[in-house]
Design a protein around this ligand. Sequence first.
Ligand code: NAP
Length: 259
Amino acid sequence: MDLGLKGRSAIVCGASRGLGRACAESLAREGVNVVMAARRPDVLEQAAKEIRAATGAAIKTVPVDVTSPEGRAVLLSILPDPDILVTNAGGPPPGDFRDWDRAAWIKALDSNMLTPIELIKASVDAMIARRFGRIVNITSGAVKAPIDVLGLSNGARAGLTGFVAGLARKTVRHNVTINNLLPGPFDTDRIKAVMAGQAKAEGISLDEAMERRREANPAGRFGDPAEFGDACAFLCSAQAGFITGQNLLLDGGAFPGVL
Ligand code: NAP
């Protein structure tokens, strides 16, 4: 299936590793000119090199912290009017809400709610004017089934989800869609970091904790980031113009509800 994206441009945030990298690669394979952002220049450039080699696409890298206004300004100066925007940044740390002060909450809100909203604000009107735009926010399965130790994530992402639900119904008339992709457990550095904390708390090895988590999933495995990237590319496709305001779970069936 040709996704109708050849020659389009995209900003992909948090793109040097994991799910963001997979989104960048899937879009690049569809002929999208991708601008990849992440903080560490060496890791980012290496990822871009691999994606260029695999896809032949034109890839630019912008080593910035997307949660800072300065970082976003640099990113948007490289590609001011993207056709596609994939928002993403690291998830907040796990913990007990009694230990989180205002600064911890503001940091989580900045990363996982206000940064995506600022990036949407900067790009959505030009998308509307061009009558094409695809915005995908990488959020979390925790939006539908909150995880107790990830309260910072649960709270911040709920805010973004509510905001997007309103705006996505305003933009779709202009062929600009906004959707959220909700990962369950995917095989990335992030899940290893989260599971390391759990292994320590339970007094078991990281390998054992990972194996238990894999087994607990109905699919009996973690998701492959490439599966996530391809779902993102489809949501960005020309064919997906009637899908907006959705929260699409990719979790191997872990969420037990019907809807
Ligand atoms: P990951 O493997 O840790 O990768 C995170 C990526 O984002 C890296 O490229 C990282 O590069 C970049 N990044 C982090 N903070 C950034 C910042 N402030 N500015 C720019 N780039 C930044 O994480 P992942 O597993 O792909 O997860 C992506 C998102 O999905 C996270 O929000 C995570 O909480 C959520 N999620 C993941 C899972 C899972 O199982 N993997 C499950 C649920 C939710 P630098 O560090 O060099 O900046």
